[in-house]
Design a protein around this ligand. Structure first.
Ligand code: NAP
Length: 337
């Protein structure tokens, strides 16, 4: 069994990675910004049936060099999952870009120094789909154009961080080089292990609580958090995963399809009507997050995970079930009224 570090242990995806690694019998380390989160994380994992004696936590921040060497030294593998993630728009794009890139620099450089076998980086579909060239079908060969004026700060942060990781790996010389494998998930949904529902599930919370009056013409890929964690663990050891990026996505749908699934399942505040593009654009004049969304209107984004399926043997569960499970968990937490 291996010694594995997962960065950002408190996060929605990272905690699922830790849960599955512990279940498989690995020794796991996790980084948190503050060790005061220890009780909360241990309680969540214990509730999920894990033995937390195989987990140790380390303090490290993506904006600071301290702590990373200590967390990485002696690890066989590193899953670098942590990155700032918000649904809204930051005051300045550097609020997202700087920690994403500097954190990747600290983690991947420490992994190289300590001769870690492989780093698995959580990138995103966001590092792939903003090519701004009219394309609708994307593969792992596509890269978001960070110089395009319509590319958002989050999309830039994920693209620049991933590119930096590939550069650091390519610059290694000598023997025993650290390998890199990258997972590019689309929008991640599914049950949370803690009381924190996670940034992307908040999107479902807003829909079931009636905060989305009508569905804008948006089209995204979606994937379950448990399958994203499984993709990371497959990429950690699979011989053919080194040097590769893998889209992790179950299916694509229009927002109206997602809200209709919820409405038909009894979440009656979920809209069944579409919002005309002109109205989204008018709202966008007064609200930065809506303006950001308006740049994506009518843009179809197909992101098939054929490569993850054929190379890693990865499987994705039906996303309609994950949408309903997410909504049911939110309801049980009193977050659907
Ligand atoms: P999340 O729950 O918000 O987790 C983000 C994690 O990053 C948290 O553990 C957070 O720590 C940590 N973090 C943020 N800023 C940090 C800093 N300065 N120093 C140290 N840690 C910091 O989000 P998630 O959905 O699990 O996302 C995890 C990764 O998946 C991110 O890289 C995200 O870009 C990527 N991703 C997510 C989705 C999605 O739809 N959820 C899709 C594609 C890719 P705190 O708990 O201390 O804030």
């Amino acid at each position: 069994m291996a010694q594995v570090l997962v960065t950002g242990a408190s996060g929605f995806i990272a905690l699922h990675c830790i849960n599955q690694l512990l279940e498989q019998g690995h020794q796991v380390r996790g980084t948190v910004r503050s060790l005061s989160r220890r009780d909360e994380l241990e309680a969540a994992l214990t509730k999920a049936g894990r033995d937390v004696r195989a987990l140790s936590l380390y303090e490290a921040d993506l904006t600071k060099a301290e702590g990373w060497d200590e967390a990485v030294a002696g690890c066989d593998y590193v899953l670098h999952v942590a990155s700032p993630f918000i649904l809204g728009v930051p005051k300045h794009e550097d609020e997202l870009i700087k920690p994403a890139v500097s954190g990747t620099d600290f983690v991947v450089s420490a992994a190289i120094r300590h001769k870690v076998k492989r780093v698995v980086l959580t990138s995103s579909g966001a590092a792939i789909t903003d090519t701004h060239d009219g394309k609708t079908h994307f593969t792992e060969d596509d890269w978001t154009d960070v110089n395009h004026p319509k590319t958002s700060a989050y999309y830039k942060s994920k693209t620049l961080a991933e590119k930096h990781a590939w550069d650091l790996i390519a610059q290694q010389t000598g023997k025993g080089k650290t390998e890199l494998s990258v997972i590019n998930p689309t929008v991640v949904l599914g049950p949370t292990l803690t009381e924190d529902i996670g940034t992307s599930n908040d999107f479902i919370r807003q829909i079931v609580m009636g905060k989305v009056p009508a569905a804008a013409n948006l089209h995204f890929g979606f994937v379950d958090v448990r399958d994203v964690a499984a993709a990371h663990i497959l990429a950690m050891t699979h011989k053919k995963a080194a040097g590769e990026r893998f889209i992790a996505s179950a299916d694509e749908m229009w927002l109206i399809e997602l809200t209709t699934i919820l409405n038909k399942a009894g979440y009656k505040k979920a809209p069944t009507g579409k919002m005309p593009n002109w109205l989204v654009k008018i709202f966008g004049l007064f609200d930065a997050p809506t303006k950001q969304i308006s740049e994506l209107l009518d843009s179809e984004r197909f992101t098939p995970a054929d490569k993850a399926k054929s190379v890693l043997g990865w499987q994705a569960r039906d996303i309609n079930g994950s949408i309903l499970e997410t909504a049911a968990q939110l309801k049980s937490m009193g977050m659907s009224k």
